[in-house]
Design a protein around this ligand. Structure first.
Ligand SMILES: Nc1ncnc2c1ncn2[C@@H]1O[C@H](COP(=O)(O)OP(=O)(O)OP(=O)(O)O)[C@@H](O)[C@H]1O
Length: 470
């Protein structure tokens, strides 16, 4: 091994030299300081010595970092308690649920475990603490037991005083939002149908999602973005004094996926569906009762809206306004002599829209309303007016991109030798996603199913040609 010669590395010698000088200077300064202190003690009167010591401690106090001031927010388990009733604080549950997902079992000396079956929930024992980091700031949670040590009665949040604004303005709200999101994701969905004046529900386990939905990709993105914006805008709706609701009109030929889109929206938002059959609703007051009975986070669906209200319904409305109120069927819901015809026409489109706007504007809860139709041109212009339905979504025939989604759904294939032929045929033939799905479902073997689809599309193309000739 070769060491560098002195001639070849003068910089090392320079460094050593500088270091020696610095060390000598530091030693001299220390010696002078000790000497000065000794002389001052000898020569200065005791009062002056004390004054100098006090001044030095003052300077030190300013230079040394002081421990940060801390703040504590207490989240009690119970908000109030009387002899008859105990009021629990829902924020306590939110925080407990959140901390259960943040707890690091490795770092906890003691750990509480609860839950049934495979689902185990972790929590801190009374007196224990854990740290959570939010936007780079540390927040400490401590579980504090109540009187008589009957389990943890409050959760205390401690943080540096300078982060008080962040703690209350962003950190705690983010906990509630995160818990809400998890609860929504885990919630089993239901679909309700109206029976008389009430709703009856069954579980809704429709597999449709935006991933499985075959539709124009840009329209799909626009719908998703609109739903996301809607969810975030509670304050906005409150500020402008409008009901926190969003209305969608889905239109297009039968079998293009309108019902599938409704299911996909429900799955995306994790909202329950309320499928309203207007022919079952006798009169406006009954409709009002049903609408009031819909909780927040729900979707009101009225399918084939063109069959419920014709384009002449506004004229019907005008005529009805000149008749006595009793003629609209504002009577007892159970009266048996009311004919079906009266039951159907008693509800008016304007009644429905006004109820929705009026009733829901006061509740401040998020709701979605979806109308579907195969015939947009048959709809009452009142429904199509800007501002009535927030988004009109066309569900059209199966295009190339929609087909690729279906092919991925059914066979997990992104490419195939028959794809170019299918792409050409889809550009020429009007075929619904339902028809394509049906063809793809016929055989589990992608080659066979896709060949069947080519034959089907070719036959359809020929049929269309023949019908044009005839
Ligand atoms: N866009 C689509 N994406 C995925 N699957 C679809 C689509 N359209 C139709 N399908 C398939 O066809 C079936 C019927 O479609 P759907 O009921 O959603 O159509 P629709 O437009 O609501 O029809 P209708 O107007 O007759 O009620 C669905 O269950 C699904 O399997």
């Amino acid at each position: 091994m070769e060491f560098p010669s002195a001639a070849s590395s003068p910089s090392i010698y320079k460094l050593v030299d500088t270091y020696k000088k610095a060390a000598a200077t530091a030693a001299s300064v220390t010696a002078y300081a000790v000497l000065a202190r000794g002389m001052a003690r000898e020569l200065l009167p005791p009062d002056l010595c004390a004054a100098v010591r006090w001044g030095a401690s003052l300077v030190r106090g300013h230079l040394e970092p002081r421990p940060a001031e801390r703040r504590t927010v207490v989240v009690k388990r119970m908000e109030g308690c009387t002899i008859n009733c105990v009021k629990f604080n829902s924020l306590y549950d939110d925080v407990s649920e959140y901390l259960a997902t943040r707890i690091d079992p490795q770092s906890m000396r003691r750990l509480c475990l609860s839950g049934t079956g495979a689902r185990k929930v972790m929590s801190m024992d009374s007196g224990d603490s854990m740290t959570d980091v939010f936007e780079g700031v540390q927040f400490t949670w401590t579980s504090v037991s109540g009187e008589g040590h009957r389990g943890p009665e409050s959760l205390e949040l401690t943080f540096d005083a300078q982060h008080t604004g962040m703690a209350l303005g962003r950190y705690v709200p983010s906990i509630t939002a995160a818990v809400e999101q998890v609860r929504r994701r885990d919630r089993a969905l239901k679909i309700f149908m109206n029976e008389g004046l009430s709703w009856s529900g069954i579980s809704h386990d429709h597999p449709a999602t935006f991933d499985t939905l075959a539709m124009d990709p840009l329209t799909k993105q626009a719908v998703i973005a609109d739903l996301d914006r809607f969810l975030k805008r509670k304050e906005y709706y409150r500020r402008i004094g409008k009901a926190w609701k969003r209305g969608y009109l889905l239109y297009g030929p039968p079998g293009t996926g309108k019902s599938s889109l409704v299911a996909a929206v429900a799955n995306y938002l994790r909202f329950n569906l309320y499928d309203l059959d207007l022919s079952e609703v006798g009169y406006n007051a009954a409709l009002q009762k049903l609408l009031i009975g819909m909780p927040n986070r729900s979707i009101l669906v009225i399918e084939d809206i063109d069959c419920c209200f014709s384009a002449t319904s506004r004229e019907d409305d005008k005529e009805r306004k000149t008749l006595p109120r009793a003629n609209y069927g504002h009577g007892d819901d159970d009266s048996e002599d009311r004919s079906n015809t009266v039951r159907c026409i008693s509800i008016t489109l304007s009644g429905l829209l006004n109820f929705i706007d009026g009733l829901w504007s006061t509740s401040g809860k998020e709701r979605v309303i979806i109308f579907t139709t195969n015939y947009k041109d048959r709809l009452d212009p009142a429904l199509l007016r800007p501002g009535r339905m927030d988004m009109h979504i066309y569900m059209g025939y199966c295009g190339w991109e929609a087909f690729r989604t279906l092919a991925r759904n059914y066979f997990v294939v992104d490419d195939h030798s028959l794809f170019p032929e299918i792409q050409e045929l889809l550009a020429e033939v009007e075929v619904t996603p339902a028809e394509v799905s049906e063809m793809l479902l016929r055989n589990e073997d992608a080659d066979v199913a896709l060949l069947g689809l080519v034959e089907f599309l070719t036959a359809k193309k020929q049929g269309e040609k023949d019908s044009v000739k005839a």
